[in-house]
Design a binder for this molecule. Structure first.
Ligand code: FAD
Length: 424
């Protein structure tokens, strides 16, 4: 797809009502919403808009959170858990509303399946579907083995559930469309502009970059796992970064398939995700390729022979694609939290007079829809309507045990345990 011209790097000193750090879906959503509300907004992106998870994800737009709603109920009670669930549905409608209002051509396709690889997993899926209907009034269509081929033709799956409200889209097209909408609404975007320092003063916060600085009344940090970057981010408290862990996850895409070939795999063109802890997810693209995501890694190095490794995942699900060329393979980082719930936080003021800094992170691989809502809730809070932001803000988060050096081995052990359980 054609890349639009770059937004120029910041050069010099500017003043704004709001500064946003990060040109992913969360930051752009907040920038759009605030600009529409008449605020002057400057968004600083260290690379290019959509460069990170927001432009390279699997494209599955789903309700809910990466964690089960039971985690939210245990922390906040059923009333607030229901409010959060309803907001995750709103996150999906927000995609449609923005796509229509700003004419974002992002290849939306309705329908998503969750599938189970074993009878044990199918029982867990069924229990989840029934509870979501009973407690959250969220109704999906149960598919027993005889109904499954309506949507997916793979011997790997025992049964599944179809959700007509979920769907999939081309994430880079969507994020670039959102950036264009924010820019048209008046937000100023600077690419290749990493924020390297934050200074909090009595009534403004100052963000330093290589060639300039922004002074803003309010600040949103939406930098995900890249926030502290290679150059570091002076002046940022260390604690939020300790509560997320970067995990690499990978995607591969086949060459375009003939329509009949795609019909024989995914006849309704729905997105698919299994309910394993370490999950596989895939979907057809608008040009009839199979886009397949699955592998995770805990190092920051892309695994060698990525395409070949992804092929193993693809062939396990669709053996007929054993010799179909893979044309692209890439990875990105997700920001997981200990409990897989997202973290919406105001960093405490340094002294009574300084303004809080908003930070959203920890979408744990389930942020395509939810980051859009997160940006909207930050905008509401910055404009004095903090009620909805604060519902998420009440969720408590713990740092990963082991500190920066030992958190990875600790997590690997934990994940291994869950993977073993997937195999049982
Ligand atoms: C491979 C992959 C597949 C995924 N698949 C799905 C999926 O199918 N469905 C789903 O719901 N979710 C999926 N996700 C997760 C989803 O993409 C993310 O939750 C979401 O995009 C996060 O958006 P964000 O705006 O918080 O962060 P990001 O998109 O990571 O954006 C953060 C931006 O901030 C910038 N930045 C950071 N620090 C600074 C700084 N100091 N100065 C300036 N700029 C800075 C970065 O350059 C980056 O562009 C996937 C993620 C990956 C990696």
């Amino acid at each position: 797809m054609a890349r639009r011209p770059a937004h120029l790097p910041l050069d010099g000193e500017v003043r704004a009502d709001v500064a946003v750090v990060g040109g992913g879906l969360a930051g752009l959503s907040a920038a759009l919403e605030l600009a529409q509300r008449g605020r002057s907004v400057v968004l600083l992106e260290g690379q290019r808009v959509g460069w990170a998870a927001s432009g390279r994800n699997g494209g599955q737009a789903l309700p809910g959170l990466a964690c089960d709603m039971a985690e939210i109920e245990a922390q906040l009670g059923l009333g607030d858990a229901r409010r959060i669930w309803a907001m995750t549905i709103e996150a999906l409608t927000l995609i449609h509303a923005r796509r229509d209002r700003h004419r974002i051509a992002c290849d939306w396709q309705s329908g998503a399946l969750t599938v189970a690889v074993s009878a044990r997993k199918a029982a867990a899926l069924r229990a989840w579907v029934e509870r979501m209907a009973e407690v959250y009034d969220y109704r999906q269509q149960w598919l027993d083995p005889s109904a499954l081929p309506l949507h997916i033709r793979s011997a790997r799956y025992a049964s599944g559930v179809y959700d007509r409200r979920s769907g999939h889209l081309h994430p880079l097209k969507y994020v670039l469309g959102l950036a264009h909408a924010a820019w048209q609404a008046g937000a100023v975007i600077h690419e290749h502009t990493a924020v390297t320092g934050i200074e909090r003063h009595r009534s403004v916060t100052l963000l330093r970059t290589a060639q300039g600085q922004v002074m803003a009344d309010q600040v949103l940090l939406a930098g995900n796992v890249h926030l502290t970057g290679s150059a570091g981010l002076a002046g940022l408290p260390a604690t939020p970064a300790a509560r997320i862990m970067p995990v690499g996850t990978y995607v591969a895409v086949t060459e375009p398939l003939a329509p009949a070939q795609m019909d024989a795999l995914l006849p309704t063109r729905a997105a698919v995700c299994d309910n394993n802890f370490s999950l596989d997810y895939f979907r057809p693209t608008a040009d009839q390729r199979l886009l397949y995501g699955g592998k995770v890694s805990y190092s920051t190095v892309t695994p060698p022979n990525l395409a070949a490794r992804m092929r193993a995942h693809i062939v396990r699900t669709f053996p007929s694609l054993a010799h179909t060329p893979i044309t692209h393979a890439w990875g990105g980082f997700v920001d997981i939290t200990m409990n897989r719930a997202p973290e919406f936080v105001r960093l405490p003021a340094d002294g009574a007079a300084s303004a809080p800094i908003y930070l959203v992170q920890g979408f744990s691989g389930h942020g395509l829809a939810l980051t859009g809502l997160a940006g909207k809730l930050v905008a509401e809070a910055m404009c004095g309507e903090a009620g909805r932001f604060d519902v998420f803000g009440r969720l408590r988060h713990r740092p990963f045990p082991g500190g920066e050096r030992l958190r990875t081995p600790t997590l690997v052990l934990g994940m291994l345990w869950h993977r073993l359980r997937d195999l049982l």
